[in-house]
Design a protein around this ligand. Structure first.
Ligand SMILES: [Zn+2]
Length: 196
């Protein structure tokens, strides 16, 4: 394989779920694309790296200081759904009946991997609860060990602040990831949330 193709294949194998075979297929597909389309793909990658930043309030991905969700006045601002990653917001947003605010932790607690509370956006969540008239925090961390530890930790910090803390009721097996939940399951999980 020519070095330049090999190089592209190596870059593509860095992507999640892309093995060497798929990477080769994608590399040859990119090679066959019209130049403008291929460059537009490259440009989109460059732009997202240059312009994407975290919302200073909820840590969602945005181009602005405050993200579109935080700026949306039609949302119920008394409820905040806590998720691990910005991509989880996209999943939760599929539930159209539930339009509230979010808070992204940017990870989950895992002391063994050095992910301590200070590494996550937990202090920022506490500040929001103290100052922004939030009545309920709905914890939607993943239904696995790290997600559960994180939910318990946050619950203990928030309870003394007089806010209702609930945990989303997943219809998902323990150890799974909310990325894979469908809209109906997530809608039920939100409705069936239980207070911690
Ligand atoms: Zn935001």
């Amino acid at each position: 394989m020519p070095g330049i193709i090999e190089n592209l294949v190596n870059e593509l194998t860095r992507l999640p779920g892309i093995g060497r075979k798929t990477a080769q297929r994608l590399a040859f597909f990119i090679l066959s694309m019209p130049e403008a389309e291929a460059l537009s793909l490259a440009k989109a990658i460059q732009t997202v790296k240059e312009k994407a930043r975290f919302c200073s309030r909820c840590f969602n991905i945005t181009e602005k200081e405050i993200c579109e969700i935080c700026s949306d006045n039609s949302r119920d601002k008394s409820k905040v759904v806590v998720v691990e990653e910005p991509s989880n917001i996209l999943v939760m947003e599929r539930v159209k009946s539930f339009r509230c605010l979010y808070h992204v932790l940017l990870g989950a607690l895992s002391p063994i991997d050095g992910i301590t509370p200070e590494k996550l956006k937990i202090r920022e969540l506490i500040d929001r609860v103290k100052h922004n008239g939030i009545q309920e925090i709905i914890i939607a961390t993943n239904p696995n060990t790290k997600g559960e530890i994180t939910a318990q930790y946050i619950n203990e910090l928030l309870r003394p602040l007089g806010v209702t803390v609930s945990r989303i009721a997943y219809g998902l097996p323990m150890g799974s990831d909310i990325e894979f939940a469908d809209e109906v399951t997530l809608g039920k999980a939100l409705e069936g949330r239980r207070e911690l």
